[in-house]
Design a protein around this ligand. Sequence first.
Ligand SMILES: *[C@@H]1O[C@H](CO)[C@@H](O)[C@H](O)[C@H]1NC(C)=O
Ligand SMILES: *[C@@H]1O[C@H](CO)[C@@H](O)[C@H](O)[C@H]1NC(C)=O
Ligand SMILES: *[C@@H]1O[C@H](CO)[C@@H](O)[C@H](O)[C@H]1NC(C)=O
Ligand SMILES: *[C@@H]1O[C@H](CO)[C@@H](O)[C@H](O)[C@H]1NC(C)=O
Ligand SMILES: *[C@@H]1O[C@H](CO)[C@@H](O)[C@H](O)[C@H]1NC(C)=O
Ligand SMILES: *[C@@H]1O[C@H](CO)[C@@H](O)[C@H](O)[C@H]1NC(C)=O
Length: 297
Amino acid sequence: MERIRFLLILLCLFLALSIPTAVDAAKARILIYSATRDFRHDSIPTAIEALKARQDSINAQFDNTEDQTQFTDDVLSNYDTILFLSTTGEVLDSAGKDAFQKYLDLGGTFVGIHSASDTLRNTTFYTDELGSLFDYHPALQNFTVDVLDTTHPSTSMLPVIWGVQDEAYNFKSDPRTLGATVILAANESSYIDAGVRHDQGTPHPLAWFQEKGAGVETGGLGHLNETWQDDLFLSHVLGGISWVLLGNTTRAFNTSGLVGNAQSEATQSGNAPSKASNSTSTSATAGSANSQMTIHS
Ligand SMILES: *[C@@H]1O[C@H](CO)[C@@H](O)[C@H](O)[C@H]1NC(C)=O
Ligand SMILES: *[C@@H]1O[C@H](CO)[C@@H](O)[C@H](O)[C@H]1NC(C)=O
Ligand SMILES: *[C@@H]1O[C@H](CO)[C@@H](O)[C@H](O)[C@H]1NC(C)=O
Ligand SMILES: *[C@@H]1O[C@H](CO)[C@@H](O)[C@H](O)[C@H]1NC(C)=O
Ligand SMILES: *[C@@H]1O[C@H](CO)[C@@H](O)[C@H](O)[C@H]1NC(C)=O
Ligand SMILES: *[C@@H]1O[C@H](CO)[C@@H](O)[C@H](O)[C@H]1NC(C)=O
């Protein structure tokens, strides 16, 4: 009897110790929002399809919607990241804006791509999250992008001088004034733009991140279908999303997270101690609990 009890205790101990290491990393849930009230990019379906086809590569699940009534506390709290994909104009009503702001305040993360920077232009919390608003772009043409940070998860796969065919976005202001780190810059000598630009700082920002709020990455490239069929570009975007998620403010990555994939929280609780110690040691490089990244082109 004693012996059986002892063996049972041993078995329980063994199970308790082995379960955490056997659990897969949590699956992040990402909501793609692609509503448009002004210009509509015809590359939106191509982009959604491409991201969904690669979701396993970052251990994530993408859902997509254009329905602003989905912006409620209940719905948003299930997501580790909200990704604005080529949105334009007033895509949220005031209830939706309130829910989105609350989500960000609770540690939710944000990624903005292409005309995400031409969205909710009068909404201060959103424009602060972006870092800068779109101004205008010259004609679509080929140009080169200088990779300023070659080690970031969203840029490490890129050639140092990256040839793209896209719109070289100009912004209303320099995102660096809000504390953003610019990681991609447009080489202004490599294309024609006769327009009058605002002061957006030097070098010309195209992609950046901010370590404030929760995780945010915004990017301007991504106009054409062809771009969304380009593996290099997609690796850049997916790397940026991964970086934002690794701010570890949401449930898929942090058992104390207030928003994010709750199912992950449940399955992952055995991992809590190691996660927590990892996060403190790397917060300086990965951008702490409060990181934002914006990529524009
Ligand atoms: C881009 O792809 C969409 C289908 O996803 C198609 O409707 C559209 O015509 C394409 N655009 C161009 C310029 O080929
Ligand atoms: C945003 O503000 C500008 C300038 O105050 C105003 O002209 C414009 O109508 C506003 N747009 C929206 C959608 O509120
Ligand atoms: C622009 O780049 C695309 C692919 O990136 C290429 O197919 C095309 O030939 C280039 N156009 C010019 C004018 O160099
Ligand atoms: C910028 O583009 C010009 C023209 O293509 C080229 O001569 C120059 O080397 C480029 N500079 C950088 C830093 O990429
Ligand atoms: C985990 O999430 C909580 C709540 O958002 C936050 O206070 C904490 O800093 C996060 N931990 C890490 C390591 O980021
Ligand atoms: C978040 O957690 C992962 C895995 O434990 C770790 O690699 C990463 O550095 C952490 N990030 C931060 C900002 O602490």
